[in-house]
Write a protein that binds this ligand. Structure first.
Ligand SMILES: O=C[C@H](O)COP(=O)(O)O
Length: 233
């Protein structure tokens, strides 16, 4: 399977530099990835670098903790779209979700969903599965549907863990088919990527995108007669 069309090639580290963003964009164009996912301050640079490339520009909103004010998230999204982003990955207000303030969560998502709809962009909602119970994950998915999100995304990559197959399976079972899924955070091997896609992921957020493409299929361990132990290739 060609994983390239699934990959949001990502660089969201706090010390990311313009030179690293330029390399990320060059890699994404060369490998025909779905998008680059960059910090808001680099959207304009990425949009200029990827003009006519077919690679989308994605950025993050209220990232990585999700507790910015809803108005701040909306304005952050407005500015990012003006700079050339066509996909927004917002972090929902995790504490409000856990507190049962569902109308508040749905409203902040809905505002950005409407903004994206008007601007022809896509909204992904990061629910941070590492911090949620299964019931909270199901509720978060329901709120994303009611608010009009296009994708539900597992993780920021900044919590205790990233995406799991179990997360994707539960989210897929909790969502109508028109809502797509993005698995992200800690995807380090081709096998892990393939398992997440098989479970229902439509996109993979990964900072190791090139490595995922390059990895050979798993080669069975070969017996090494020299030291009478199984060598791994
Ligand atoms: O999608 C966004 C994630 O931050 C990527 O996580 P990663 O750096 O563990 O691949």
């Amino acid at each position: 399977m060609n994983l390239a069309p699934y990959i949001d090639h990502t660089l969201l580290k706090p010390d990311a530099t313009p030179e690293q963003i330029a390399r990320l964009c060059a890699e994404a164009a060369a490998h025909h990835f779905a998008s680059v996912c960059v910090p808001p301050c680099y959207v304009r640079q990425a949009a200029e670098a990827l003009q006519e490339s077919g690679v989308a520009v994605c950025t993050v909103i209220g990232f990585p903790l999700g507790y910015s004010l809803a108005k701040v998230k909306f304005f952050e999204g407005h500015l990012a779209l003006n700079d050339g982003a066509t996909e927004l990955d917002m972090v929902l207000n995790i504490g409000a979700l856990k507190a049962g303030r569902h109308a508040e969560v749905e409203d902040e998502i809905g505002q950005l969903a409407e903004l994206c709809r008007m601007r022809g962009a896509l909204l992904k909602v990061i629910i941070e599965t590492a911090l949620l119970t299964e019931d909270e994950m199901v509720t978060a998915c329901r709120l994303c549907v009611e608010a009009g999100a296009n994708f539900v995304k597992t993780s920021t990559g900044f919590a205790s863990r990233g995406a799991s197959v179990a997360d994707i399976e539960l989210m897929r079972a909790s969502l109508p088919t028109h809502i797509r899924l993005k698995a992200s955070g800690g995807i380090r091997t081709r096998e892990a990527a393939l398992a997440l896609v098989a479970a229902g992921a439509d996109r993979l957020g990964a900072s190791d995108g090139v490595a995922l493409l390059a990895q050979p299929a798993t080669v069975p361990a070969a017996y090494d007669s020299n030291n009478d132990s199984h060598a791994t290739s």
